[in-house]
Design a protein around this ligand. Structure first.
Ligand SMILES: NC(=O)c1ccc[n+]([C@@H]2O[C@H](COP(=O)([O-])OP(=O)(O)OC[C@H]3O[C@@H](n4cnc5c(N)ncnc54)[C@H](OP(=O)(O)O)[C@@H]3O)[C@@H](O)[C@H]2O)c1
Length: 195
């Protein structure tokens, strides 16, 4: 069976924010109202487990909609909440240990839905294998950046990029293997030959 991977599927503004300064995500609605699913329905069939940071889970609950992932195993990282609620299990374990244990269990891939605090913890440990980032044609000018300072350098390999009539551009990258990471990078446009 193929190794389980952690897949980040998330949307940002053009300037790289996942939410505005008040934690709002109204900027997503223009893209959502187009009726396009941005590959989400096929993506969700590849996963059987979802992980959130507690603030993202609270935001999902605040929408007041029926919980959409009843048939998935759902975990929420939190240092303040314990046990389970009707939807999820709260996790207060070292992120690296928890994800390594999950990856060793048989199953489909693992969907990381953010937010940025959880992503930072995972990036520090190189735990995210693939990044599917939908860029919404909006500049927020501030807010919660997807990648906070402290993320480690990672070389990625483009899997696919797609653009949609709504103006959304979705970029799917995967983490390069350790062998690829050591390869000498090629010239960067505009920097070749410069000392
Ligand atoms: N644009 C998008 O697609 C998208 C996607 C996801 C989220 N968002 C937005 O992003 C915002 C939330 O992101 P955020 O970065 O502020 O917060 P977050 O990552 O969702 O949640 C942070 C919380 O997760 C818990 N946590 C983080 N690391 C942990 C660890 N190592 N161990 C245990 N618990 C840990 C802590 O919960 P406790 O405080 O309970 O200890 C922490 O306060 C919301 O506004 C949401 O709407 C947008």
């Amino acid at each position: 069976m193929a190794q389980r991977k952690v897949l980040l599927y998330i949307a940002t503004s053009v300037d790289g924010y996942i939410a505005d300064q008040n934690g709002g995500v109204d900027f997503l609605s223009a893209a959502q109202s187009s009726g396009e699913d941005y590959g989400f329905n096929s993506f969700i069939k590849r996963i059987d487990t979802i992980i959130w940071g507690r603030k993202t889970y609270d935001k999902l609950l605040s929408f007041g909609i029926p919980f959409p992932y009843r048939n998935k195993k759902c975990y929420v990282f939190s240092r303040t909440k314990h046990g389970k609620d009707e939807n999820v299990e709260f996790v207060h374990r070292e992120v690296g240990d928890f994800i390594s244990a999950l990856k060793k269990k048989p199953g489909k891939h693992i969907y990381c839905d953010g937010g940025a605090e959880l992503v930072l913890e995972m990036m520090k440990l190189n735990l995210i294998d693939e990044f599917i980032i939908s860029v919404i044609p909006t500049l927020l000018g501030g807010g919660i950046p997807l990648f906070k300072p402290g993320c480690s350098l990672q070389h990625l390999k483009l899997v696919e990029s797609r653009s949609f009539p709504s103006g959304v551009v979705q970029v799917h990258n995967k983490r390069r293997s350790a062998q690829d990471q050591c390869a000498k990078p090629g010239g960067i446009i505009g920097y070749e030959g410069q000392s």
